[in-house]
Every structure is written in C-alpha cells, then in structure tokens.
Design a protein around this ligand. Structure first.
Ligand SMILES: [Fe+2]
Ligand SMILES: [Fe+2]
Length: 164
C-alpha cells in the first residue's frame, strides 16, 4: 500500500470519528441550552462526513454492493467473534460496568447485523420492502416492526427509531 493510500485510510478513520464525536457534542450542547453551538457542531459533523467519504472513495474503499455486503459481513463477524469478547473480559476484570454494558450491547447487535447482511446478500435484487428500527439505547436493529420491549436492553417500543 502506498503512503497516500495509508494516509487516506488514516484520515478516513479520523474524520469518521470526528463526525460521531461532533454529533455527540451537539446533543450535549442542546442539553445545555446552546442551540447555536449545537448547530455549529452538526454543520462541522456534516462536513467531516463529506471528507470521510471523499477519502474512502479515493482509497478505493467503496466497491460494488455485493462486495460491500461481503466486507460488512466480515467486519461485523470480526467484531463479535474476535474483538468484543476480549474487550468484555477486560472491562469485567477492571470492574468497568458501564464499558462492559456498552461492549455487550455492541457485541449482540453486530451478530444481528451480520445476519441481516447475509440475508440481504442472499436475496440481492429480490429483497422485500421492509422497514428497519434501531433501538436508541443498545443499537438493536430490527426488521419489520419495533418490538414492545427490546430483547437486548429491555427498552420500551418508543426507544426504537425508524430508519428513513
Ligand atoms: Fe454492526
Ligand atoms: Fe435496545
């Protein structure tokens, strides 16, 4: 990999993180009553997404949908098989319960993502028109309709946001 390809992927990672960080900062600014600052964080977050997508495109990281689904399946599988289990153990050993819960939620949901992607890959071109709902507490991703209670974190139906 050339230096520039490496730089593109490093920059992609950094810009992606800045995007999510600024959205979290915007929520905090809203909660503290700083509406204008919240808007600025959201504007910069939007720009970081443009940068991240540009970098990823130039790094040739966006392929056909079939290849992208395959990559997504292997990424999710790596996370729930190799990445999160060790992190959960470390958090347990350090008695950091909030972190442990955060890892457990992600670990459980990555399994669901891998299955949804596999199903999408198997049915490519004939995927039925279904809605997706995302639990705003644990990230649980549900097809069809939001459940009365999230099977992963126990949140109520209202915690699920429909994906546009
Ligand atoms: Fe995932
Ligand atoms: Fe949940």
């Amino acid at each position: 990999m050339s230096k520039t390809y490496e730089n593109l992927m490093d920059a992609f990672a950094g810009e992606s993180q800045a995007n999510r960080k600024y959205l979290a900062f915007a929520k905090k600014a809203e909660a503290e009553g700083f509406k204008q600052i919240a808007k600025l964080f959201r504007a910069a977050a939007e720009a970081e997404t443009v940068h991240a997508h540009n970098h990823l495109r130039e790094a040739k990281g966006i392929k056909s949908t079939k290849e992208n689904l395959e990559e997504a399946i292997s990424g999710e599988t790596f996370e729930f098989k190799d990445m999160y289990p060790g992190m959960i153990e470390d958090a347990k050993a350090e008695a950091l319960n909030g972190a442990m819960k955060s890892f457990v939620y992600a670990n459980e949901v990555e399994k669901i993502h891998a299955e949804l992607y596999k199903k999408a890959l198997a049915g490519m071109g004939s995927n039925p028109d279904v809605d997706y709902y995302v639990c705003q507490v644990c990230g649980n991703t549900v097809e069809g309709e939001a459940p009365d209670e999230c099977p992963i974190c126990g949140a109520k139906k209202q915690a699920f946001k429909k994906v546009a």
